[in-house]
Design a protein. Structure first.
Length: 204
């Protein structure tokens, strides 16, 4: 059995939502796979997503605020990260984006070479050491709409490649559960089974 600890960051205001059902299925799978995990519910803890002047000060050697330091300690303990949230305006919810922006701060998640400070992305050095990151989101629109429009490619590139892999995470994937609000109960059960399987086999 592989010893792997996962930090699960979750965002949805309704505990009765399908998004929460995905969280339950995924963490049940983690438990069945013999993995340890911790869930951070951003609404429950009231995480402040606003990047303020104190956050900006990290660029000049300032110490992150206590709420950020608390989350960074959780990240440091994790071998893998998972993010479960709905899609809002073809992106993550504001508190999830804010968590990433504030917690993945300069000096913690990345640093810049001279080339980076001159505005070139090749000068961004990732500092995170996690083996993988997984994002799971139910969607309102169909798979055809996501793929034909290029929205899915754009979200995967921005969230997975730039948001997670550039800061050093070895591999990041985005799993969409399409039309979760309008598909049949049978399909929703298949979605939940997939979330469970993703958790149970998370080290693969």
């Amino acid at each position: 059995m592989i010893n792997m600890h996962t930090l699960v960051v979750y965002s949805h205001p309704n505990p009765e939502s399908f998004t929460h059902a995905l969280l339950d299925a995924f963490t049940e799978g983690l438990h069945a796979g013999g993995y340890t995990y911790e869930v951070v519910d951003l609404y429950q803890i009231g995480f402040n997503p606003n990047f303020g002047i104190a956050d900006f000060d990290t660029f000049v050697g300032g110490t992150p605020l206590p709420d950020v330091l608390e989350q960074q300690k959780k990240v440091e303990k994790a071998d893998a990260l998972a993010f479960i949230c709905p899609v809002f305006w073809m992106n993550m919810p504001a508190n999830m984006i804010g968590w990433i922006v504030r917690v993945f701060s300069y000096g913690f998640a990345y640093q810049l070479t001279e080339e980076g400070w001159r505005g070139f992305v090749a000068g961004r050095i990732g500092l995170l050491k996690q083996k993988k990151a997984l994002v799971m989101s139910p969607t309102f629109f169909s798979e055809e709409d996501y793929r034909a429009s290029g929205i899915q490619d754009a979200m995967e590139k921005i969230v997975c490649e730039y948001g997670f892999e550039y800061p050093g995470i070895a591999k990041a994937d985005y799993v969409f559960f399409y039309r979760a609000f309008s598909v049949s109960d049978t399909i929703r059960e298949k979605y939940l089974k997939r979330a469970y399987d993703l958790g149970r086999n998370f080290a693969d």
